[in-house]
Design a binder for this molecule. Sequence first.
Ligand code: MF3
Ligand code: CO
Ligand code: CO
Length: 268
Amino acid sequence: MNRNTARKLAQAVPLHGPAAFEGMRRAGRVAALILDQIGPHVAPGVTTAELDQRCHAATTALGATSATIGYRGYQHASCISLNHVVCHGIPSDRKLKDGDILNIDVTVIVDGWHGDSSRMYFAGNPPLKARRLCRITFEALWKGLNAIRPGATLGDLGHAIQSHAEAHRCSVVRDYCGHGIGRVFHDAPSVLHYGRPGEGLVLEPGMIFTVEPMINLGTFETKLLGDGWTVVTKDRQLSAQFEHTIGVTDTGCEVFTLSPAGLHHPDW
Ligand code: MF3
Ligand code: CO
Ligand code: CO
């Protein structure tokens, strides 16, 4: 979610009950199944449009609809962000090359509930520094998820992510953030992936949001391309992202978008 959308969101953060958690479990599972199914199709020579078509077919086959088709004029069932693309890459006839890293991001609607998740994939054999960036990004997401519990703050979550990324000389994108989600695709709160311990919203059971850090090898600055969607790193260095949709529980968080097949990340 971009900063402008974040600014417009109502301040009130919805607290959801057991029926919402049940709905989000089902929607999250479908998003995860699509990301499981697309993995074997990622290979050099395949176009990102082909991958998108497969995501769309999987969405339909699983009885869901895509939340991104028709969202502010977006026309695809996935965002596919290659190499220096930070997020919102548009599927195209561009063929994957050996060594590309890519993020595939899907958001589905099941019985009105939204499941939003993304993972990194490897086409062939990416160079060590690209694989390392992906691993640090995955670890940073989980440092953030592990900071979630009632009484903790969004600043604690952001700080956990930021300290891990920066300890490895990577940077955290500031211009895009995670978001509340439920029956609404992009809701309050805005979930920054950087921050200071103890600052920001105090987490409570029933809050549902995404955590989706975008981590760069170079500086955190981004640039929006002329197509109005594609976000790239200003210095054209590599960027990576992983995303989960979670609900805050009495003791921590429930991750709705875990991979049923255990395909949480590529083999680094
Ligand atoms: N799934 C993205 C997110 O994590 C949003 C994509 S909106 C689209 O919030 F229109 F670009 F698909
Ligand atoms: Co999201
Ligand atoms: Co997403």
